[in-house]
Design a protein around this ligand. Sequence first.
Ligand SMILES: Cc1cc2nc3c(=O)[nH]c(=O)nc-3n(C[C@H](O)[C@H](O)[C@H](O)COP(=O)(O)O)c2cc1C
Length: 372
Amino acid sequence: MSQTSNLFSSYQLGALTLPNRLVMAPMTRSRAKNDGNVPTDSTVKYYVQRASAGLIITEGAQVSAQGVGYIFTPGIYSEAQVAGWRKVTDAVHAAGGRIFIQLWHVGRISHPDFHHGELPVAPSAVKPTGVQAYTTNGMQEIPAPRALETAEVKAVVDDFRKAAANAKAAGFDGVEIHGANGYLVDQFIQDGTNQRTDEYGGSVENRARFALEVVQAAADVFGADRVGIRLAPTGAMGGINDSDRVKTFSYVAEQLNKLGLAYLHVIEALPGHPMAPQPGQELVAAHLRKIFTGPFILNGGYTQETAEQALANNEADLIAFGVPFIANPDLVERFEQGAALNTPNPATFYAGGDEGYIDYPSLQETPVATEQ
Ligand SMILES: Cc1cc2nc3c(=O)[nH]c(=O)nc-3n(C[C@H](O)[C@H](O)[C@H](O)COP(=O)(O)O)c2cc1C
């Protein structure tokens, strides 16, 4: 190959030196203990198997019990959770890897079953559309949430601060704020879900305030060069929408510039991907790339080839891969060697115990096909 590869060149991401530019995208795998939402020994193995990624970003981990919206998802607010994650970070570091935890509050994408019968909370009482809650009683209709009081919003910012401190105690290299996919931070940013009239709603300055305060809280704990944020400016999860996404997210990116973050991580999936923008929908990522002055990660449907193109075109500094990392623990080595990829099994993405979790073979474990 005459073309030089950027994917395998090292990169200074905030405080971390990465050996390559492949990031493992955050992915909920629904394998935590339901009792206490604690990561298990299988979680340790799962992340260790993927330690050759330039950076691992864990699945979303709830910052509080109030932030829970799914069964079997881990948290980072109890001692048992911190102890469970400590095993993960120790093992990933021993294997030579780097790992951030994604800090998550689902906001309105939840169900009273998770909250002793109380309503989930959100910026405003706007009911999600097109999604159901996955609870111990099966899939259930999601009701309209309760709008947080102003003082409660500040308390949630504090929950993120505590979660960041817990992440530090658990040995993570940094944190990613989950500002994407229609969850709480995104619900504050976009005006379809934020109809508040206090300092957290109305103007774009006010709607961005929660996100910026959360990021600042994490930066206070870790240093800004160990904090990133993920945004999905063209996402539609739960019916999230904004009247002017380019303007709204451009403002967020401008403000993030002031903080000196490790990175901005943007999902804008390529055409044909289930998360791709609707045909004709205005694209946002390229605007944010121009505005944001720090490291920029792109995600959504990338292959080795399209990732190399995106880096060569300066559309991003790093590319995050989701599903390819589920099915290929040694994705980096496979790309480097031009080896075939394993086929992912969607039936075990969110369920299945160890099956479809820690049993995808690495190249070394794959039997070499012999001619018959
Ligand atoms: C099983 C699964 C779980 C996911 N969980 C999360 C999550 O916890 N947090 C998040 O920000 N995105 C989550 N995503 C989105 C992925 O990070 C990524 O944006 C998406 O898979 C597109 O990238 P890909 O085409 O490389 O897979 C999830 C995706 C999948 C398939």
